[in-house]
Design a protein around this ligand. Structure first.
Ligand code: NAD
Ligand code: MG
Length: 399
């Protein structure tokens, strides 16, 4: 049976992997909508190949270029932030949420609200609004299936009848490009060095998050919401080969792990076919060729982001959303070469310290969740922009 599909963020790393999986598996699909931020060339190319009903470019200044490229194709076009959310509201049964950052929250909520299967790569939307997003999906009769490789692993080895016998989730982490660097070298790290991830090829923002290990911090929060675990039930284990994608330890001391080559098409295939399995020519695991798997504890001094995220998760309420917004601003400033690599975590902590009630922002029960999350997102961004300006000025010797 043909399945109706929408991909939010189709031109990014996850979006491209999703279409590659559809190509390789020959899955019977009809694409309803493809959306992108600014990459009009790639969006037009994908649209001409996959023939969606609608192609949306969030940055409206590129809409004329999109129209021109798709002229005569019969594919509808639209531009702007509201059009991305409108695309998520169309009648696709399966929606890949692969926009980067809190910008993915509104369209992801829109898809969840109408009961679609939401394949969730956009971890920031869970961090900003996790409990509400999951509740909205549940109430609409839909489901959120994690695509983040760690959460896909846990999702696959979590035995539903004995959730109360889970003692620990063990999130594995590659350790990123700076796993073995000393602090002085990290301080001087360039944008190019930070985005060069050893095992995964990903978008710029998540690559920087992997280098600071804030990615693991966001993933702890994501795991806590998805699997209803407390902060102290979630551990991080550095595993440089990225073969074990995560593990669940049970009360009887048994630990279940999910393994595979580092290829995001594997968790995407899982989210596509769940609870079935998709047959496709997947890269296979050759453990003899790999030889050994190694493990170590994360260095919390060189990677303070892990503890910042733990603190936000323990604080609860709106603290994770504020932390996420501050991190997006700080990562943006590093990518723009305005602040140094170690300034990123300092800026996030500094922003939460300065934000009025930053660590103690309680959620208002009821009300519009999206609006509330966007309000704290906006105030945290304002404070973070000031903190970043100060760090940038200090770096230029003006501070
Ligand atoms: P990316 O930067 O490669 O792609 C992001 C996509 O979102 C692009 O299509 C871009 O055009 C679009 N976009 C950007 N800003 C937008 C905006 N304001 N409005 C609408 N669309 C916008 O990122 P990615 O690596 O594909 O990651 C996407 C999400 O998946 C992130 O949340 C990331 O944390 C998560 N994720 C990625 C990986 C990976 O391997 N890449 C793994 C796990 C989780
Ligand atoms: Mg991950």
């Amino acid at each position: 049976m043909t399945r109706r599909i929408t991909i939010l963020g189709s031109t990014g790393s996850i979006g491209v992997s999703t279409l590659s999986l559809f190509e390789e598996s020959g899955a019977e699909i009809e694409i309803i909508a493809l959306t992108a931020g600014r990459n009009v060339e790639k969006l037009a190319e994908q649209a001409l190949r996959w023939r969606p009903r609608l192609a949306v470019i969030q940055d409206e200044s590129h809409l004329p270029a999109l129209r021109e490229r798709l002229q005569g194709s019969g594919i509808e076009t639209a531009g702007g932030t509201a059009a991305v959310t409108a695309a998520a509201q169309m009648d696709a049964e399966w929606v890949m949420s692969a926009i980067v950052g809190a910008a993915g929250l509104a369209p992801t909520l829109a898809a969840a609200r109408r009961g679609a299967v939401v394949a969730l790569a956009n971890k920031e939307s869970l961090v900003c609004c996790g409990p509400s997003l999951l509740q909205i999906a549940r109430e609409a009769g839909g489901v959120v299936i994690p695509v983040d490789s760690e959460h896909s692993a846990i999702f696959q080895v979590l035995q539903q009848p004995c959730l109360d016998k889970v003692s620990r989730l063990i999130l594995t982490a590659s350790g990123g490009p700076f796993r073995t660097w000393d602090q002085a070298a990290m301080r001087a790290a360039s944008r190019e060095q930070a985005v060069a991830h050893p095992n995964w090829s990903m978008g710029a923002k998540i690559s920087i998050d992997s280098a600071t290990m804030m990615n693991k911090g966001l993933e702890m929060i994501e795991a806590s919401y998805l699997f209803a675990m407390e902060e102290n039930q979630i551990d991080v284990l550095v595993h440089p080969q990225s073969i074990i994608h995560s593990m669940v330890e049970y009360a009887d001391g048994s630990t279940l792990a999910q393994l595979g080559p580092p290829d995001m098409r594997a968790p995407i295939a899982c989210a596509y076919a769940w609870p079935d399995r998709l047959a496709w020519p997947a890269p296979r695991l050759d453990l003899a060729a790999i030889g050994q798997l190694t493990f170590e504890d994360p260095d919390l001094e060189r990677f303070p982001a892990i503890d910042i995220a733990r603190q936000a998760l323990r604080a609860g309420g709106r603290a994770p959303a504020a932390m996420n917004a501050a991190n997006e601003v700080a990562v943006g400033a590093f990518l723009d070469r305005r602040i140094g690599f170690l300034d990123i975590a300092d800026a996030v902590r500094g922003s939460l310290d300065r934000l009025n009630g930053g660590w103690d922002l309680k959620g208002e029960p009821g009300g519009d969740e999206l609006e509330a999350a966007m309000m704290i997102d906006a105030s945290a961004r304002r404070v973070a922009a000031e903190v970043v300006d100060r760090l940038a000025a200090g770096r230029n010797g003006q501070g």
